[in-house]
Ligand binder design. Structure first.
Ligand SMILES: [Zn+2]
Length: 146
């Protein structure tokens, strides 16, 4: 069962080995992303809460990385955290997410796509059972796949 201990051990231990890698220059990413997607995923931006279109969207399906199309989250593990950002209790697979220490505003754990290094959001130890983990993800970094 995925839990907060997994997050901390991945953050401190270098993280899971990615199943594949997608690497592009910032110039190349800029060509294929909208300015909002580029700002969030490549410049570690944060969209304003309650503005993302996937925030109150609960159709069944998967959520893929907007940059490299790798499936990252599943609608069955999405929940309404009330924060204004799409929230998930677990990724679809351990090896698609990378965890980095972020001390910009106190101690937080940044979440990135393990395949292309896109900034996704942050993860917190206050999610609902059974994982107790809350992935707080920007809508701009995800695309819905039916
Ligand atoms: Zn990606």
């Amino acid at each position: 069962m995925f839990n907060w201990e997994n997050v901390l051990s991945y953050m401190n231990g270098g993280g899971p080995v990615p199943p594949r890698r997608v690497e592009k220059s910032l110039v190349e990413w800029k060509k294929i992303l909208t300015s909002e997607q580029f700002y969030v995923t490549r410049q570690k931006g944060t969209e304003r809460p309650h503005t993302g279109e996937l925030c109150s969207f609960y159709e069944p399906g998967k959520y893929a990385c907007v940059c490299c199309s790798t499936e990252l989250f599943d609608s069955s593990l999405k929940f309404d955290s009330g924060t204004g950002w799409p929230s998930f209790s677990e990724p679809v697979a351990d090896d698609v997410i990378q965890y980095e220490s972020d001390t910009t505003y106190g101690q937080r754990v940044e979440v990135l796509c393990n395949i292309c290094d896109a900034h996704l959001g942050h993860v917190f130890p206050d999610g609902p059972p059974p994982t107790g983990v809350r992935f707080c993800i920007n809508s701009e970094s995800l695309k819905f796949v039916e």
